[in-house]
Design a protein around this ligand. Structure first.
Ligand code: AQP
Length: 344
């Protein structure tokens, strides 16, 4: 497939905590599977990580950690662009321009905003938490992205991106490509091990909530063995909220082992919840082992990662500049070029 014919894909993860198997199954794994079919940009979206309070002392290290995890999971930096969002200032600029075309009611309807705002002291909920999906729209639209591989939890934000793009195109002329959402087939939403009715999140601090990608086998086993199940004994998929814990464990198992739901259920016939947990812990540990080994190699060489992030940002800047310039022009801003002509 030639460069020109490949679809442009953009996706990213916030360095807002320790990455979980939810981030892996819902996002990174698909990026890796499809990277050779696309012209892809995989961004560490650090500007998003400051919307709900963050630790300045660890933000830079977390940003590097997430980039190293992308590569450790199998993203090839020679093929895809890997960079930190704050290194390409066009994101913040377009974010502001789009903020001014986005009705506030669209943002107030976002489920993630309502959930995250409810967990905070109302007086401290930042404008950034509300506006975050507009910055996400800017991330995607800057690159004329055609497809965005994300977990099911981000579907609503993608729909909003499409609405913002259409509204802008209608108001100021056709600049933006309308992106499609790409959801994984299995394991689109991994739920918390301690509460299978809420999604597994890297910013959730409760112990045994999640398996993190850099957890050792012992930590993995402890978290999975403590996963909430129910008083039944049937190891089958189910939409019943009472059985959400078992369903979640089976979903994780299926996402990592493959096969149909019927294949997975057949494997567990006659087995107990304890057997299910052991099997899940084992398959998760086996999946993460080579990733962690590669992560150790990558992080042992600081220069290697620096070079990837620096060249990724250069490549991204080049792609973003013409889009941003067209947006300024169509919105009627005074072009810098005109001032340069006056000087001459
Ligand atoms: N539990 C999940 N199941 C499936 N996919 C998931 N993703 C996140 N959690 C799950 C996918 O991972 C990517 C990360 O997106 P993000 O970091 O921008 O924010 P998020 O969706 O809010 O992820 P987290 O882990 O829950 O972060 P915090 O706790 O900081 O908000 C997305 O593609 C998402 O779909």
């Amino acid at each position: 497939m030639t460069e020109q014919k490949r679809k442009r894909v953009f996706s990213g993860i916030q360095p807002s905590g320790d990455l979980t198997i939810g981030n892996y199954i819902g996002a990174i794994r698909q990026w890796v599977q499809h990277q050779h079919e696309f012209n892809a940009l995989y961004c560490v979206v650090d500007l998003h990580a400051i919307t709900a309070g963050h630790d300045p002392a660890s933000l830079a290290a977390k940003t590097r950690e997430v980039a190293a995890i992308y590569i450790a999971c199998g993203i090839d930096p020679a093929q895809s662009i890997i960079f930190a969002q704050s290194h390409v200032t066009a994101h913040a600029e377009l974010g502001w321009l789009l903020t001014c075309v986005t009705p506030i009611g669209w943002l107030q309807r976002m489920t993630q905003f309502k959930d995250k705002a409810a967990k905070q002291d109302a007086a401290n909920v930042s404008n950034g938490l509300l506006s975050y999906p507009v910055l996400m729209a800017a991330d995607i639209l800057l690159y004329h992205t055609e497809a965005v591989p994300v977990g099911d939890d981000q579907k609503q934000h993608l729909e909003l991106t499409r609405d913002i793009a259409q509204r802008f195109n209608h108001m100021y002329g056709e600049i933006f490509t309308i992106p499609e959402v790409m959801l994984p087939l299995e394991g689109a939403r991994v739920m918390g091990l301690d509460n299978p009715l809420t999604k597994m999140s890297k910013s959730e601090k409760t112990q045994y909530h999640a398996v993190h990608l850099l957890d050792n086998p012992d930590q993995i086993r402890k978290s999975v063995m403590r996963a909430v199940t129910d008083s039944g004994s049937l190891v089958t998929f189910s939409n019943d909220p009472e059985r959400a814990g078992v369903n979640n464990l089976l979903t994780i198992y299926q996402a990592l082992v493959g096969g149909t739901q019927a294949d997975v259920e057949a494997y567990f016939v006659g087995k107990s919840y304890g057997d299910l947990k052991k099997a899940v812990a084992e398959v998760v540990a086996e999946t993460l082992k080579p990733i962690q080994a590669r992560y150790a190699e990558i992080t042992a060489d600081e220069t290697y990662l620096n070079e990837i992030l620096a060249s990724g940002a250069d490549r991204a800047r080049e792609l973003a500049a013409p889009t941003l310039q067209s947006v300024y022009q169509n919105m009627g801003f005074l072009p810098v070029k005109q001032l340069q002509q006056v000087k001459l």
